[in-house]
Design a protein around this ligand. Sequence first.
Ligand code: ADP
Ligand code: MG
Length: 341
Amino acid sequence: VTASGNASKKGILLKNSETLENAHKVKTICFDKTGTLTKGELNISKIYNYSNIEEKEILKKVASIENKSEHPIARAIVKKAQEEKIKLEDIKKFKAIPGFGVEGIALNGDKYLIGNKKLMIENNIKMNTNINNNDEHILVNQGNSILFVALNDNLIALIGVKDILKENVINVIQKLKNKNINIVMLTGDNEKTAEIIAKEIGIDKVISNVTPKEKSEQIKKLKENGLVMMCGDGINDSVSLVTADIGVSVSSGTDIAMDSSQVILMNDNLEKIDDLIEISRKTMRNIKQNLFWAFFYNICMIPIACGILQPLGITMNPMIAAFAMTISSLTVVLNTLRLKR
Ligand code: ADP
Ligand code: MG
């Protein structure tokens, strides 16, 4: 109780006490990229238009569809449309495909697919007719995530979006690595972009291009080497948050991510993960100390109170025995209260 109260004060909400028992034993921590390691406040860095539709019109359609999505990428597109004073329109149909992108039908019946390359390949979108492959490389090499925009089965545009790292993320990862914890980036984004960002942060192991289901399968595999913690924010992370031994979500994340995890970080500061591990370690040490003192007292004092040392002339007044009993409880309580500090 003291430890979880203390954790709450630090902005770490724990849904159960097992987390406190396990967090210090974690061998691997998996981080989702977008919105967890990065701020999730993306900016559009470039739009390549391969159609004869005006760029503004494309942005209007894409933003109107993305307006229904909760993904950080979607928020970036809607923000850009608002900045350009583009009025969003209603759409006929919307479907989110977690880990891939979104699908929408505009009022005039046009069908749009917006998402990663996998989404295009799965839907047999014709890409090689008009895409300039070089454009894709340029965007990726600059650390952009790429949105492919398809209209009625033809690729019409590439949108490069770029995110910035959370302020202290490099420090936090280093701190966790110093604790000999294996750090893994798990992302649905493309390989190259993921690698560039991982390198910037100092993460050596990257698993990219994975669907939500594959994310959770990767976690199952990692669990063979010890306890796994997963930290994420999106709908796409919810399965992995449940699969991991400890699921941690950031409060800026989606409701389903928070629902699927045992720990919620009330602000987005990943440093709290290090705090959680420390609190867990100190709590378990404290519990062991308490058990030691409680047993030590009782093992010594009860036999003496029973008169085991009477042959040596040592006896204990029942009043003192009762007092000693109280001291035993007090020791435990006082030792526990040290955790507050
Ligand atoms: P991460 O694991 O890094 O949080 P996601 O699994 O949420 O990434 O998404 C993987 C990829 O799917 C994104 O990089 C993006 O290309 C695409 N994607 C997901 N959601 C959307 C969306 N709402 N609009 C466009 N693309 C999306
Ligand atoms: Mg995410």
